[in-house]
Design a protein around this ligand. Structure first.
Ligand code: ADP
Length: 476
C-alpha cells in the first residue's frame, strides 16, 4: 500500500506535475500513530496555475455535448471501480473508517452520483420556454471544491461529478489530514483523458492553499464540505465578489421516538448512525430523544450496543469502531465527554479515558450519556466521535422543539406510527429525515438548514448548484 502514499505531484492541465513550491505534509496512520505517507503542501503560485488551467479549459468544456461529458464521466467511473479496494484500505489508515463498512461505502455513494450524472446527461434535454422567453442554462464557471477528511474520496467525487456534469471545470483541494482518497480519485480522472484543465488537484492546508484558492477572483463558485467555522469564513470570502457557495457543514441530528414508537428498532438504527465512521459523520444521529419514562430503558439498550462494538485495527474486517482521525480530534472528543460529566449528564458507558488496551491509536470509548439536558454542551455541539446523548421528551411537541433546538439542521429520524411519524418528520427542520428507518437516498437532494449549510448536493439538484439561469425573450 505504502508505494501509493508518497505523493509529490499535483494534477494540472491534464498532467501530474511537480509543484513550483511545496512543503510536504506528513500524513499519520491514525491506528499506529506512525507516518503513513506524505502529500504536497503547495504554494500560491501553484494554486494560481491550477486556476489558470481550469479557466482556460472552461469554455470548451461548457460547450462539450452532454453525451460526451457523460461518456467521459463513465470512464472516470470505470477507472475508480478498479481502485475501490485500495481506497478503502487507505481510508481505514488515514481517517479510521473500519474497512468492513468503508469498502461498500467507497463503492456506494461516489458511483451512485457518477451514475446519476451519466443518466441525466444521457437523457434528452431541451431548453425550457416560458411564453416567448427561453430559459438559458449555463455552467457557472470554475468551481473550487474544498473537502474534509472524513469521507476523503466520495466527498470529492460528488462535487466533481456534479460540477463536470453541469459543464463547469474544477480545482479541488482535499484535506491535508487525509488527502489520499482525493489523489486516488484524481488518478481515475487522469486516466480518463478528460480535456486538459477540466479537473485539477492542488493540495495543502486550509489557510495557505484553501483560502488562496477560494479568494481567487477567477473562481466562480466554492463548493465546500467541512466545519461550520470554515464554511462561515468561505462565505465571507465569497461575499467579497458575490461568488456562489455551496456549504455542507456540521450537524447535531436528533432521532425522535414517539410514545408508540418501536424503541428497540429506534435505538438500533440510531446507534448504527451515531457510530458510523466512528462518529465522524456529519449526518450522525447523536441525540436520541425518547419519552421521559423510557430514558433509562433506551440508555440501557444503547449501552449494550456500545459494549458490543469491536474496537481495534480499522483494517481488520471484524472491527466496528476504529480510531479517530488525529490526536487533536481524539482530545476534542474526550474533552466533550468530560464536559458532559461536568454538566451533570449521567454517564452510562464509556468515558474520557483510552479504551483498555488501546492506548496507542486515536481511540475514544464508545460513550452513552442519559438524562442529558437539551441545552447542555454535549446536546448542542457537534462532537464528531462515538458519543450518544439520550434526552427525555414530554410529548410530541416537546420532542419536535428539542429536535429543532440547535443551530444545526442536517438530518433527523422519527420512530412511531407511520402517519404521526411522517407529520413529525415534516416538522423537523433538517435536510434529510428518516421515518421508521427509511434509507438515505443518493438520488434525493442532500444538504442542511440553519448552520448546517447552504445549497444542495446529489441528484439533479446537486448539478443545478452549478448552473446559471438566464432569460432571453424573443419578439412575438
Ligand atoms: P475539519 O475540522 O473537518 O477538518 P475544516 O473545515 O477545518 O474541517 O476543513 C475542511 C477543509 O477546509 C479542509 O480541506 C481544510 O484544509 C479546508 N480549510 C480549512 N480552513 C480553511 C480556510 N480558512 N480556507 C479555505 N479552506 C480551509
Amino acid at each position: 500500500m505504502s508505494e501509493h502514499l508518497v505523493r509529490r505531484r499535483i494534477f494540472l492541465d491534464g498532467r501530474w506535475v511537480d509543484p513550483f513550491d511545496s512543503k510536504p505534509i506528513e500524513v499519520t496512520d491514525c491506528f499506529t500513530e506512525a507516518r503513513l505517507g506524505e502529500a504536497p503542501g503547495v504554494g500560491g503560485d501553484d494554486v494560481g496555475r491550477a486556476v489558470d488551467a481550469g479557466r482556460r479549459a472552461w469554455s470548451r468544456w461548457a460547450s462539450t455535448p452532454r453525451v460526451e461529458r457523460a461518456r467521459l464521466l463513465g470512464r472516470v467511473r470505470d477507472n475508480l471501480a478498479s481502485r475501490v479496494d485500495v481506497i478503502a484500505q487507505v481510508w481505514a489508515r488515514e481517517a479510521g473508517m473500519p474497512i468492513a463498512a468503508g469498502r461498500p461505502s467507497t463503492a456506494g455513494l461516489a458511483f451512485a452520483v457518477l451514475d446519476e450524472m451519466i443518466e441525466i446527461l444521457s437523457a434528452p434535454h431541451a431548453e425550457e420556454r416560458i411564453g416567448s422567453t427561453i430559459v438559458v442554462e449555463e455552467p457557472v464557471g470554475l468551481v473550487a471544491a474544498i473537502t474534509p477528511w472524513n469521507y476523503p474520496m466520495s466527498q470529492l467525487a460528488i462535487k466533481t461529478a456534479s460540477a463536470l456534469a453541469a459543464g463547469c471545470t474544477v480545482v479541488a483541494k482535499p484535506s491535508e489530514i487525509a488527502p489520499f482518497g482525493a489523489f486516488f480519485f484524481a488518478d481515475a480522472v487522469a486516466e480518463a483523458d478528460l480535456p486538459p484543465g477540466v479537473f485539477n488537484l492542488v493540495a495543502g492546508s486550509g489557510r495557505p492553499v484553501g483560502e488562496v484558492l477560494a479568494s481567487d477572483p477567477r473562481v466562480d463558485a466554492i463548493s465546500f464540505t467541512g466545519s461550520t467555522a470554515t464554511g462561515r469564513r468561505l462565505m465571507e470570502i465569497a461575499a467579497g465578489r458575490i461568488a456562489r457557495v455551496t456549504l455542507e457543514l456540521g450537524g447535531k441530528s436528533a432521532s425522535v421516538v414517539l410514545d408508540e414508537g418501536h424503541l428497540e428498532e429506534a435505538v438500533t438504527a440510531t446507534m448504527a448512525s451515531c457510530f458510523r465512521n466512528n462518529g465522524q459523520t456529519c449526518t450522525s444521529l447523536t441525540r436520541l430523544v425518547v419519552p421521559h419514562p423510557l430514558v433509562d430503558r433506551a440508555a440501557t439498550m444503547a449501552a449494550e450496543i456500545a459494549a458490543s462494538q469491536r474496537l481495534g485495527d480499522p483494517s481488520d474486517h471484524s472491527t466496528t469502531i476504529g480510531p479517530l482521525v488525529s490526536s487533536a480530534q481524539r482530545d476534542r472528543v474526550r474533552h466533550f465527554i468530560e464536559s458532559g460529566i461536568a454538566e451533570g449528564a449521567e454517564l452510562v458507558i464509556g468515558g474520557s479515558g483510552a479504551p483498555p488496551g488501546l492506548e496507542r491509536g486515536y481511540f475514544v470509548q464508545p460513550t452513552v450519556f442519559a438524562n442529558v439536558e437539551p441545552q447542555s454542551t454535549i446536546a448542542q455541539e457537534e462532537i464528531f466521535g462515538p458519543v450518544l446523548s439520550v434526552i427525555g421528551h414530554a410529548g410530541t411537541d416537546d420532542a419536535i422543539a428539542i429536535a429543532n433546538g440547535t443551530r444545526y439542521g442536517l438530518a433527523g429520524a422519527v420512530f412511531g406510527p407511520d402517519d404521526e411519524a411522517l407529520a413529525v418528520a415534516r416538522s423537523i427542520r433538517a435536510g434529510f429525515v428518516s421515518v421508521n428507518g427509511g434509507a438515505f437516498n443518493s438520488r434525493a437532494p442532500y444538504g442542511g438548514l440553519g448552520q448546517s449549510g447552504l445549497g444542495r448536493e446529489l441528484g439533479r439538484w446537486g448539478m443545478e448548484e452549478f448552473v446559471e439561469l438566464r432569460a432571453v425573450s424573443l419578439m412575438t
